[in-house]
Ligand binder design. Structure first.
Ligand SMILES: Cc1ncc(COP(=O)(O)O)c(C=O)c1O
Length: 392
């Protein structure tokens, strides 16, 4: 029996690849995990009581699109955060943003664009689901460098007109994983203007939007409303995984234009997995509360300041504007990750595991990604070992 060709060139997922690289060697000290993007701050204390009070909800099928109460709470959060009104029919609850980013591409990418194979744009390096989504729908993924030279965001406008005319969808991630770059309102406005000119949609992955340093990152909904853009051009994806330290809840949402949302809703009513009702109740409480988000952000601020102090003087170190990763330049990411593990026990991810080689260049090769998810004390210890091992 044959298998689909379109997934045959997928690289291994980053973490099995990392295990293959490191696990043949003993750690050089007590292991410190700075690899995975799993928040490890405390989850909000209301999770348990709300879950317990809603256990009977496991006995019924949950509404696909989200309960009216959850959607109303999300709409309220968007209004407070971005000062825009998004009616509930423009929202849908997700099982975390990963499945939403994948399914939206299936629901929205046409079979052809201007009579030719459609293109899906994505930054390089990037969150790998974007590429798999593009391959799933038979589109051509185009990996656009997001490097120091481009402010760590993709410069989609620099692509040839021939490519831009085939673009159906463009993914953008701000704050960016892995680089921590934050797209300014001007950047997002230019991207929307490009989308208008070449008639494509923008899928904005904003799952790190609440982890920021100096100012809340602008959101695509807000910029689109400000410039009177066609709402059908814009889809935004948000998550409780990072904002509320609830990666295991699997809860997020997508917001977009009414026609796009009708397509997404239709697809998901056949093939989607709705969030169990008790978990929707927990999600509702989480979107209604900012205190736990502020407390978590304060902890990240402390770790960012420690990183600035410990890594000051490291050439190419750039404090991230948001998210919880450091994207550190090294000569070779795999060699650095291996050396660090063998000499200190600190575990980081080679940048190339998050990026693709295009035209002989891999923009992640000379980097490691370091997640600041542990306690401030452990993070400090890990960063100090890392600096002394790789930069001294
Ligand atoms: C850039 C980015 N987008 C999306 C996700 C998916 O998050 P979730 O499905 O937990 O909302 C992640 C998770 O690590 C991520 O880093």
């Amino acid at each position: 029996m044959a298998f689909p060709e379109r997934f045959s060139n997928l690289p291994d997922y980053a973490f099995p690849r990392l295990r293959k690289l490191l696990d043949a060697y003993a750690p050089g000290g007590e292991p410190i995990a700075m690899t995975i993007g799993e928040p490890r701050h405390a989850m909000p204390d209301f999770v348990g009581p709300i879950l317990a009070a809603n256990l009977s909800g496991f006995g019924v099928y949950p509404p696909n699109e989200g309960t009216p109460e959850l959607l109303a709470t999300i709409s309220g959060w968007i209004a407070r955060r971005y000062d825009v009104t998004v009616a509930e029919d423009r929202l849908m609850a997700l099982n975390g943003t990963r499945e939403g980013l994948f399914n939206a591409c299936i629901a929205l990418c046409p079979e052809t664009k201007n009579g030719r194979k459609p293109v899906v744009l994505m930054p390089n390096p990037f969150y790998q689901v974007y590429a798999v989504a593009a391959l799933t729908v038979g589109a051509e993924p185009v990996y656009v460098p997001a490097t120091a030279a481009t402010g760590f965001l993709p410069d989609y406008a620099s692509l040839p007109k021939d490519v831009l005319d085939r673009v159906a969808l463009a993914y953008i991630c701000s704050p960016a994983n892995p680089q921590g770059a934050v797209a300014s309102a001007d950047y997002l406005a230019d991207l929307l203007a490009l989308a208008e000119k070449h008639d494509f949609r923008v899928l904005a992955d904003e799952c790190y939007s609440e982890i920021w340093r100096d100012a809340p990152p602008p959101g695509l909904l807000q910029v689109a409303a400000g410039q009177g853009a066609d709402p059908e051009r814009v889809l935004v994806f948000h998550s409780l995984s990072k904002r509320s330290n609830l990666p295991g809840l699997r809860s997020g949402f997508v917001a977009g234009g009414p026609q796009c949302m009708a397509r997404i809703r239709q697809l998901r009513s056949f093939a989607g997995a709705p969030l169990p009702l008790p978990l929707q109740r927990v999600a509702e409480a989480a979107w209604a509360d900012e205190d736990h988000v502020k407390a978590s952000r304060a902890l990240y601020h402390r770790k960012f300041s420690d990183a600035d102090r410990i890594l000051s003087g490291v050439q190419g170190y750039q404090p991230p504007g948001g998210g919880f990763f450091l994207w550190l330049p090294v000569e070779d990411g795999e060699a650095a990750a291996l050396k660090l593990w063998r000499e200190t026990g600190v575990r980081v991810l080679p940048g190339a595991y998050l990026s693709r080689e295009v035209g002989g260049e891999n923009p992640g090769k000379g980097y490691i990604r370091v997640a600041l998810v542990a306690t401030p004390e452990e993070t400090q210890r890990g960063l100090t070992l890392l600096r002394d091992c790789l930069y001294r």
